[in-house]
Write a protein that binds this ligand. Structure first.
Ligand SMILES: Cc1cc2nc3c(=O)[nH]c(=O)nc-3n(C[C@H](O)[C@H](O)[C@H](O)COP(=O)(O)OP(=O)(O)OC[C@H]3O[C@@H](n4cnc5c(N)ncnc54)[C@H](O)[C@@H]3O)c2cc1C
Ligand code: SF4
Length: 469
């Protein structure tokens, strides 16, 4: 702890965002990378607590007080090596993690928490800038071959760990590019795709093979998978969307959030979408149904596409602005989040239930809504809409193809069931990420990918030198 009174002298100053009037005109990252000096100053606020609750809040066990101290002292390279030991994708979590660690930071009890996520980003971007991150192809191989199905953060972390342990790793991905939701869910204004490509390039040069555009279970037989590989990790995500089965659902102009976001991301990457399939918000009145983060991403995309107005509605009541008794420190609280997309405009409404869609000539034109728990005559109201986006979350992993062919057992929530060693009932088949845990966060996907790799290595070799976290 280089500066014992740092937290008294320096106030939290989070990174700045580009002005709304400018950023709304493009899909580039909304945030501005803080200077090295700024991160150094902010890191001195860390109190190096005897019991660092930030650790408790971080699923991958990042050495937070240690690297905060190293950043403050200017030992950036050492900080990078510590960070690299626990996190396979710090340039991603440093940008889009909701920072559960910051909600658990001890300083947050009576002051604002340390800018942990931004300090992480400063370390990893320093490491890339000065060339500390170079591919290290593995020379001595174990002779074992492992298939990882899915190239989201869980699959990538699992593959990276197993490759480091000396195994030959093949990642199968059904999309035309690797990355999972990092590529095709999260919009570029939160995560520009060169950040992902930079990491994928390293993983490829280190010897991981990517087989793209292959849907395992449909295009690649499961029997072949089991025959050709010594172990398999299925990390296919949790993608079955929750639907809204009400009158008028069949009308044109009503789409699932992921269909909208995947297309929007593809268009930003320069891919042409045929007119008949195009979902575009230009000059349209847009309603996003679902008040969560996926809905917020849709709001940001709709504004950038030139929507004439955007309304986001949520069934649940408005959450509290600050911690309530139900969510005492250091728990991750359910708060009313104002994202950068909300700062850019639109209307938000809570406690609203959608009763029916109505339209003209087969195209949606209106939503009939009602205010939940309001007994007055005016509880019903209408919202005009040319485009309705369903951002109601995901119920469970998709079941056809891979899971069906493997005859995988599911848990009570419909996610893939494993034992405590991440192995499914099918011998040699492991699972990680949203497919195993249900829809969650990137940092949890990384944690699961690393743990599955640990148990796979142990299963194949009898012992493992990989970290358990
Ligand atoms: C719109 C959106 C925004 C989000 N934003 C954030 C955020 O800002 N911060 C955050 O922490 N979390 C965010 N999340 C959650 C986070 O992205 C997920 O928890 C995380 O990506 C899960 O990782 P995963 O590797 O388990 O699955 P995924 O990222 O879903 O990847 C699974 C991959 O497996 C592939 N696949 C599936 N089946 C097969 C098969 N049979 N053969 C070959 N490939 C297959 C899929 O195509 C996909 O590429 C967001 C989620 C969404 C939907
Ligand atoms: S809880 Fe906060 S102040 Fe304490 S060690 Fe962690 S980051 Fe530093």
């Amino acid at each position: 702890m280089g500066e014992p009174r740092g937290f008294l002298k320096v106030k939290r100053q989070a990174a700045k965002y580009r002005p709304v009037c400018k950023r709304i005109k493009d899909f580039a990252d909304v945030s501005i990378l803080p200077s090295q000096e700024h991160s150094k100053e902010q890191s001195c606020r860390c109190m190096d607590c005897g019991t660092p609750f930030c650790h408790w809040g971080c699923p991958i066990g990042n050495y937070i007080p240690e690297w905060n101290d190293l950043v403050f002292r200017g030992h950036w390279e050492k900080a990078f090596h510590l960070l690299d030991g626990t996190n396979n994708l710090p340039e991603i979590t440093g940008r889009v993690c909701p920072a559960t660690c910051e909600y658990a930071c001890v300083l947050g009890i009576n002051d604002e928490p340390v800018t942990i996520r931004e300090n992480e980003l400063a370390i990893i971007e320093y490491a890339f800038r000065v060339g500390l991150i170079k591919p290290h192809p593995f020379r001595k191989r174990t002779g074992k071959k492992i298939a990882v199905v899915g190239s989201g953060p869980a699959g990538l972390s699992c593959a990276d760990q197993l490759n480091k342990a000396g195994h030959l790793v093949v990642v199968f991905e059904r999309d035309d590019k690797a990355g999972g939701i990092l590529r095709y869910g999260i919009p570029d204004f939160k995560l520009e795709k060169w950040v992902l490509d930079r990491r994928l390039d390293i993983l490829k040069k280190e010897g991981i093979e990517f087989v793209i555009g292959v849907n395992v279970g449909l295009d690649f037989q499961v029997s072949k998978l089991m025959k050709e590989f010594d172990a398999v990790c299925i990390a296919g995500g949790c993608r079955a969307p929750r639907d809204l089965e009400i009158e008028g659902r069949e009308l044109k102009g009503i789409h699932f959030a992921m269909d909208y976001l995947v297309q929007a991301n593809k268009r930003i990457a320069g891919e042409a979408i045929p007119d008949v399939k195009l979902i575009d918000a230009k000059n349209k009145r847009v309603v996003v149904i679902g008040g969560g983060d996926t809905g917020a991403d849709c709001v940001g995309v709709a504004h950038r596409q030139g929507a004439s107005c955007v309304v986001q509605i949520e069934l649940l009541p408005k959450p509290a602005e600050c911690r309530s008794h139900d969510y005492p420190w250091p728990k991750y609280p359910l708060l009313c989040k104002t994202t950068t997309s909300h700062e850019e405009g639109g209307i938000r409404e809570w406690s609203v239930s959608t009763k029916k869609f109505s339209g003209e000539n087969g195209q949606v034109k209106k939503l009939l809504c009602s205010r939940v728990a309001q007994e007055t005559a005016d509880r019903e109201f209408e919202i005009e809409a040319d485009l309705a986006i369903l951002a109601l979350g995901f119920v469970h992993p998709e079941r056809n193809g891979l899971l069906k062919e493997l005859n995988i057992e599911l848990d009570a929530k419909g996610n893939v069931k494993t034992d405590q060693n991440y192995m499914t009932k099918v011998k040699g088949v492991f699972s990680a990420g949203d497919m195993h845990r249900g829809q969650s966060l990137i940092v949890w996907a990384i944690s699961e990918g690393r743990k599955a790799a640990y148990y796979i290595d142990k299963y194949l070799m009898g012992e493992t030198y990989l970290p358990k976290m």
